[in-house]
Design a protein around this ligand. Structure first.
Ligand SMILES: Cc1cc2nc3c(=O)[nH]c(=O)nc-3n(C[C@H](O)[C@H](O)[C@H](O)COP(=O)(O)O)c2cc1C
Length: 233
């Protein structure tokens, strides 16, 4: 499924939700620090169980962003699989329908990029673009204290969604990136994330490259009947 990327600022929550998509090619246009501060402050109004506000955010731009990207590129030569995972991104035995959904979006993405199923080198290179924040000028690292569990991880998700929608309101796009959890030690070394925090994900933030084929990917969703049961109406 392809549909043109909508990069105009979204005036309503509904439009912010429907125009959000994971953008994997950004323009070099910078995002002002004030914009990022305002987005983070507003996103901190997100709900969290017990008001723990468990999100920890490290925002990298300019030299700070480049320092992480460059160090990962350097270490990748000897550690192609990163530092070792911070957590299992997916269940080891992913059952249906989840397995098919995961395969389907990967297939659609590589198809947009013109990469064949068996072209491992091109796939690895495409995956590697995660570690350049897909050329976004701002990269965030989102972490959480190690003592936290599933309820607080859901709080992180709520916070992330707030950030992604606030980005759309400002004509910006994002890509959440669990891929960064492969590089926890390097992130600790370069960014100074303390040992007692787990690196959950990254978030690329910037202006989308609307010419890029990968950004035409409009991922599928299961119909309402597949995930919801409405009773008593
Ligand atoms: C927490 C989280 C982590 C993700 N990690 C990555 C990632 O590392 N790299 C990537 O390209 N996409 C990543 N994605 C994007 C998903 O692949 C994407 O959300 C999904 O395919 C649905 O597509 P959409 O976001 O365009 O609607 C992540 C999404 C979430 C919510």
């Amino acid at each position: 499924m392809s549909s043109p990327l909508d990069s105009s600022p979204s005036p309503t929550v509904t439009e912010a939700i429907t125009s959000r998509r994971s953008v994997r090619a950004f323009l070099p246009k910078p995002v002002p620090e004030e914009t990022v501060r305002e987005m983070l402050t507003t996103a901190s109004r997100s709900a969290s169980g017990g008001n723990l506000q468990p999100w920890r955010v490290y925002v990298l731009a300019g030299d700070a962003r480049d320092a992480l990207v460059d160090e990962v590129a350097r270490r990748q030569a000897t550690s192609p699989f990163g530092d070792g995972p911070e957590y299992d991104i997916y269940p080891r035995e992913l059952s249906e329908p989840y397995k098919t959904r995961r395969g389907r979006v990967a297939h659609m993405m590589y198809e947009r990029m013109g990469i064949a199923r068996d072209d491992r080198e091109a796939r690895a290179a495409a995956m590697g673009r995660n570690f350049r924040f897909f050329d976004a000028p701002v990269g965030m690292i989102i972490s959480i204290d190690h003592q936290m569990g599933p309820p607080q991880f859901s709080d992180l998700g709520i916070f992330l969604q707030s950030l992604m929608l606030l980005a759309r309101e400002r004509g910006l796009h994002t890509c959440p990136q669990e891929a960064w959890s492969m590089w926890g030690k390097t992130i600790r070394d370069v960014v100074g994330v303390p040992e007692h925090e787990l690196v959950f994900c990254g978030l690329a933030l910037g202006y989308a490259d609307s010419e890029s084929a990968v950004n035409s990917l409009h991922s599928e969703r299961a119909p309402l009947e597949e995930f919801a049961q409405l009773r008593g109406f």
